[in-house]
Design a protein around this ligand. Structure first.
Ligand SMILES: O=C([C@H](O)CO)[C@H](O)[C@H](O)COP(=O)(O)O
Length: 219
């Protein structure tokens, strides 16, 4: 039943705007807004530009979803509300944090009618943690191997398989060094959303890379 529901939905492409200057990010977004479904205000981008990034992108790109990759660890209700008030459709909380923070974020997303994604970085026991998170009301999970773990040779491929098996009711996104030459390995596992940062931003032609990735993800 679960796989039928997921298959019927169109897979989405999320562009993680991480290490890019503000004006360059807007120029790139203008070129690819028809190919990319979700613009992620990446964690480093938010550290540099704050909620101004969310306010600007949500005004300039009303037809794209805007995700604030806040990676919340504490003060869940307050921090999640800051992103939704600024215009974010989604924000993120770390799955390894305490249950109370997760509950506060879930409650706040419900209050504003927005989405909350739980980031799986450093979750060592997904078979136990994912059902627990879903019991707390989580419905969106971002399967993620971070940039520093990637530098040690890790990828999110095996985590995606494990978490897909452990998740009974969540929308799943996947991130962690995905590029044009590896995206198919993820697409065949049918996540709901494929997230790409460096694979677009560090390409020789970022706009062309986004368009090529979108063609694969949407196929
Ligand atoms: O969330 C991310 C990371 O922790 C840096 O903030 C990235 O947006 C995510 O990993 C996607 O970027 P790539 O791994 O470069 O595709």
């Amino acid at each position: 039943m679960k796989s039928i529901t997921r298959k019927a939905k169109k897979m989405k492409l999320q562009l993680a705007l991480d290490d890019i200057q503000f004006d360059d990010a807007i120029e790139l977004a203008k070129k690819v807004s028809g190919s990319v479904d979700i613009f992620e205000m990446g964690t480093p981008f938010i550290i540099e530009n704050g909620m101004r990034s969310v306010r600007t992108f949500s005004k300039l790109f009303p037809n794209n979803e805007i995700l604030a990759d806040t990676k919340i660890m504490d003060a869940g209700a307050y921090e999640a509300a800051l992103t939704y008030i600024a215009g974010a459709d989604d924000c993120t909380v770390m799955g390894i944090t305490d249950d109370q923070t997760i509950k506060e974020c879930v409650k706040t997303a419900q209050k504003y009618g927005k989405r909350l994604f739980v980031d799986t970085i450093c979750i060592s026991n997904p078979t136990e943690r994912i059902p627990k998170l879903e019991a707390l009301g989580v419905r969106n999970i971002s399967v993620h191997v971070g940039v520093d773990q990637q530098s040690l040779g890790e990828s999110p491929l095996s985590s995606l398989k494990k978490i897909k098996a452990a998740s009974k009711k969540s929308c799943l996104s996947v991130a962690g060094g995905i590029k044009l030459d590896t995206v198919n390995q993820y697409r065949v596992l049918e996540p709901d959303i494929v997230i790409v940062g460096g694979g677009i931003l560090h390409a020789d032609d970022p706009a062309q890379a986004a368009q090529k990735l979108a063609a694969v993800v949407h196929s």
